[in-house]
Design a protein around this ligand. Structure first.
Ligand code: HEM
Length: 419
């Protein structure tokens, strides 16, 4: 990898314009990649004069920031850094008070993650494969009718909800409500949420918290084979265990982190295949490419587009001094198209190798559910291509307004069943 100058060929003011277009503009929402390229080529490490936030679009530098223990959650308002001061403060407060591993620094992070990570090892996840096939097949039946169907609703939402619901132990009848609740709660990880969206997020978090307190009480009385019961029973070698609040916030996190993102992997990934029929045909001919195809979908249309940190102490990014308390935003979607790491980065290639996108983040917060998400992708795309001789786009899809999470409003398709 050759190093690139981080000082920049465009001015800080021009770079700010590009950043604002990425974060809030119509062009950014429809297709952020030309904007990412401008920023990466023009000012790959950009200290924004108007916001005080640093924006990183270079793969190597993004990886360093995410790996560097001097950057963490801290007290900084982090992801709400671009909202107005009051909203940013409230959004930071919500994340701090949610007391889960995603928003914690070591040593709390190490402890909280350590107590549940055993459930997500590659071996434990692989054991779920047959059950995942059982869960996806009935959902695909709906797509196989004569009618056009919104695949996002019929499969991309329902499948990950069923998987995480079953894993955590949320009864089937209760799962649908989480779609609105989780979606509303994601305002707290957006860069510039409105005051209303944040208030809605707070209400949703309260509702999910009530729900899980109740479910924890039920599982204490009557344990079952699910993860929630296991988390209640977990006690590590030092006698440490999760408190009631930690149990509830971990359950909410698993539910929250476990499906909106995977919904978008399935939606965005299907769209990648529909837009690149040659690659869809290649995958159909050679299912051994499934895992690498999923990785390429993650790279090409990353369900999480940005990952923010706060400097916990005075530090450096790419040799430049960053003061303690400064927010640093890494654009994962830009890093994933960095030509210094990915040959022909704007080409969607289901057989790309090597391929190490930053879509699951990096460092201590690297996605706990990455193996599960990859398996879900492998199962859903494998079954889809097995069962349908054709899948066609029925309507031009529209991207959602959110920036941290990139996904579609809907994905109307028609499918022809394989003989
Ligand atoms: C963390 C992406 C699926 C659970 C993360 C992070 C990213 C990410 C980027 C790091 C956040 C940060 O550094 O601030 C994704 C994507 C997914 C996915 C793209 C699907 C395609 C899942 C699933 C689960 C899950 C299925 C759970 C079962 C978590 C948890 C964390 C996390 C618990 C926090 C880890 C920590 O703070 O140590 N995910 N995720 N994710 N993810 Fe995922």
């Amino acid at each position: 990898m050759t190093s690139r100058s981080v000082v920049g060929a465009i001015s800080a003011e021009e770079a700010d314009e590009v950043v604002f277009e990425i974060l809030g503009g119509e062009t950014g929402r429809a297709d952020p990649y030309p904007l990412y390229r401008r920023l990466r080529e023009g000012r790959p490490v950009h200290s924004s004069p108007s916001t005080g936030v640093w924006f990183v679009s270079d793969y190597g530098v993004a990886k360093q920031v995410l790996h560097d223990p001097r950057f963490g959650r801290g007290e900084g308002s982090m992801m709400g850094a671009l909202a107005d001061a009051e909203v940013a403060e409230r959004s930071g407060e919500m994340r701090r008070s949610s007391r889960n591993m995603l928003f914690a620094d070591p040593p709390d992070h190490t402890r909280l993650r350590g107590l549940v990570s055993r459930a997500f090892t590659p071996r434990r996840v692989e054991e779920l494969r047959p059950r995942l096939v059982d869960l996806v097949d009935p959902l695909l039946d709906v797509v196989a009718g004569d009618q056009e169907v919104d695949l996002l609703d019929a499969v991309a939402f329902r499948f990950p909800v069923a998987v995480i619901g079953e894993l955590v132990g949320v009864p089937e009848a209760d799962r649908d409500q989480f779609r609105t609740l989780v979606r509303a709660s994601t305002a707290m990880i957006e860069a510039s949420p409105s005051a209303e969206a944040l208030a809605e997020a707070q209400r949703s978090m309260g509702e999910m918290s009530d729900y899980f307190h109740d479910l924890v009480a039920r599982r204490r009385r009557e344990p079952s084979g699910d993860l929630l019961s296991a988390m209640i029973a977990i006690e590590d070698a030092d006698g440490d265990r999760l408190t009631e609040d930690e149990l509830v916030s971990t359950a909410i996190l698993l539910f929250g982190a476990g499906f909106e993102t995977t919904t978008n992997l399935i939606g965005n990934g299907t769209l990648c295949l529909l837009r690149h029929p040659d690659q869809m045909a290649r995958l159909r001919d050679d299912p051994s490419l499934l895992l690498s195809a999923v990785e390429e979908m993650l790279r090409f249309e990353s369900p999480v587009q940005l990952d923010a940190r706060s400097a916990l102490v005075d530090a450096e990014v790419a040799g430049r001094r960053v003061e303690a308390g400064t927010s640093v935003v890494t654009f994962l979607g830009a890093a994933n198209r960095d030509p210094q790491v990915f040959a022909e980065p704007d080409v969607f290639d289901v057989a790309r190798s090597p391929n190490s996108p930053l879509s699951f983040g990096w460092g201590i917060h690297h996605c706990l559910g990455a193996h599960l998400a990859r398996l879900e992708g492998e199962v859903v795309f494998g079954r889809m291509l097995d069962r349908f001789a054709r899948i066609d786009l029925a309507e031009e899809p529209v991207w959602r307004q959110s920036i941290t999470l990139r996904g579609l409003e809907g994905l109307r398709v028609s499918a022809v069943i394989a003989p």
